[in-house]
Design a protein around this ligand. Structure first.
Ligand code: TRP
Length: 468
């Protein structure tokens, strides 16, 4: 692994982040059909990284990014399902890894806007993908920006939001993404400088390139890529399609019996990407000894089948159960949002998007309050009818909950203590247009907001209170 711009710094006092762990994060754009190059270049190294000790891995489907490249809803939908199933079939452990869809995390586009506001347009003008599109237009004597959307132009900002939202230390990607990582660092630095008041709001991410596999060749020897139409499908079409593709790998015209040069053969490069060191050494010697290309392809196919057959079986069974995949992804999003919701709260406050309520006493120690969110508090009161109720107010004074009526203020104390101490007994469900908090199945209070994700926020606030 090559790591550029090494030293990633840890976030000073993120509440639930163990500062000894390294956060590894990467995303795959959900446009195409997963192929061997995706597996070797992204999925396999990412899964391997996720099993390292002290690594906290975040992997996601970059489906907002997919919309930039593709306006065919059916293809987007299909690709999300197939790519999710591919990661799971390849052995991703969703207990260990946070696996989610970008579009299930509303904090990402919101952060993307905050970042857009500090990103210089000149920096985006220099993005390779945008420049290539302009060059193509100019070459055919069209307007420079002909057909170029703001999505394409702002692609690197959204990608920076993906990474900075979760304070990733390491981002494994292909070579073509190096510039995007540099831009993410740039944007993070500017944001830290403008709003951090001497502290880092964002970790500066390091790009990580898997040298050996970053450029897996395709059938024709160029980089394996959907855009060159030279891919070997992972699962699509089954064993038959795999065989057809392998047989189409381009080789030179040397006859069986003639010595082959492994280093000039991309069939060898492909073999090496998947074979063990010993197998590869044997294969190399066989080529030098004059093995025919037909036999060499058969050997490669056997190697692939051995690796892919069990995965293909898992893939087929997963793809037949899209509801289960949906549940897995939603659970991943819930996990991710435990972090993104409070993080965005902090970032909003940092740029000045704060509650207007003045009832909140200014924090005695300004430094501390910037680093740690203020815990919420329960406030009980007697309403006009003489009944007792309580409210839950967030650290900055927003009303979060209003309780039902209680006959006795003592009961309020007992119930609010349990809300904090026994999260497993608490359920939060959306019913008839409102969030309802229940304890042991009995409704207790109503949410003061009816927005999506409010349940996550409440859980998080209660957790903050527990830790306080
Ligand atoms: N741009 C990446 C690609 O095309 C996909 C991606 C989107 C990504 N957001 C990301 C990769 C964040 C790593 C981190 O390959």
């Amino acid at each position: 692994m090559l790591r550029l711009d090494g030293v990633a710094r840890f976030r000073p006092a993120s509440l639930f982040t163990d500062t000894m762990t390294t956060r590894v994060l990467t995303g795959i754009t959900t446009t195409g059909i997963p192929h061997l190059g995706n597996y070797a270049g992204a999925i396999r190294p990412a899964i391997n990284a996720s099993t390292e000790p002290d690594v906290d891995a975040y992997f996601f489907l970059a489906d907002f990014h997919a919309l930039i490249k593709c306006d065919d809803p059916e293809r987007i939908a299909r690709s999300r399902l197939e790519i999710a199933a591919t990661w799971l079939a390849a052995g991703l452990d969703t207990e260990r890894v946070t696996f989610y869809r970008q579009s299930d995390i509303p904090e990402i586009p919101e952060l993307s806007w905050l970042l857009t506001c500090v990103t210089s347009k000149g920096l985006m003008n220099r993005a390779h993908a945008y420049k290539a599109a302009v060059d193509q237009n100019l070459a055919r004597e069209a307007e420079a920006d002909d057909g170029i959307t703001m999505g394409l132009f702002s692609y690197p900002v959204l990608m920076a939001a993906d990474i900075l939202m979760f304070n990733a230390h390491r981002v494994p990607v292909g070579r073509d993404q190096i510039q995007h990582l540099e831009m993410a660092r740039d944007i993070a630095q500017r944001f830290n400088h403008l709003y951090g008041q001497g502290k880092d709001l964002f970790v500066l991410p390091s790009v990580e390139i898997a040298e050996e596999v970053a450029t897996l060749p395709g059938l024709d020897g160029r980089k394996m890529s959907k855009s060159y139409d030279n891919t070997i499908p992972l699962f699509a079409g089954g064993a038959r399609a795999l065989q057809d593709a392998v047989m189409r790998i381009v080789t030179d015209s040397r006859e069986p019996g003639e010595a082959k040069d492994p280093d000039a053969s991309h069939l060898f490069t492909l073999y090496r990407a998947f074979g063990s060191a010993e197998e590869t050494a044997v294969f190399r010697q066989q080529l030098l000894d004059g093995m025919g290309w037909g036999d060499a392809k058969k050997a490669f196919l056997a190697l692939l089948e051995r690796m892919l057959a069990p995965m293909r079986e898992r893939y087929e069974s997963l793809i037949a159960r899209p509801d289960d995949i949906e549940d897995i992804l939603l659970a991943g999003a819930r996990k991710a949002r435990q972090e993104s919701i409070p993080a965005l709260e902090t970032l909003r406050a940092a740029v000045g998007l704060r509650s207007l309520k003045t009832s909140v006493a200014p924090a005695a120690n300004k430094e501390e309050s910037a680093a740690l969110p203020k815990p919420p508090r329960f406030v009980s009161f007697r309403d006009d009818d003489g009944a007792f109720r309580f409210r839950l107010l967030s650290g900055n004074g927003d009303e979060l909950l209003l309780s039902r009526v209680f006959a006795n203020p003592k009961d309020i104390g007992a119930v609010t203590r349990r809300l904090v101490a026994e999260p497993d007994s608490v359920s939060i469900a959306f019913a008839d247009g409102a969030w309802v908090v229940s304890l042991d199945g009995a409704a207790l209070a109503t949410g003061s907001q009816d927005v999506a994700g409010f349940d996550e926020r409440l859980r998080w606030e209660l957790e903050v209170l527990k830790q306080a």
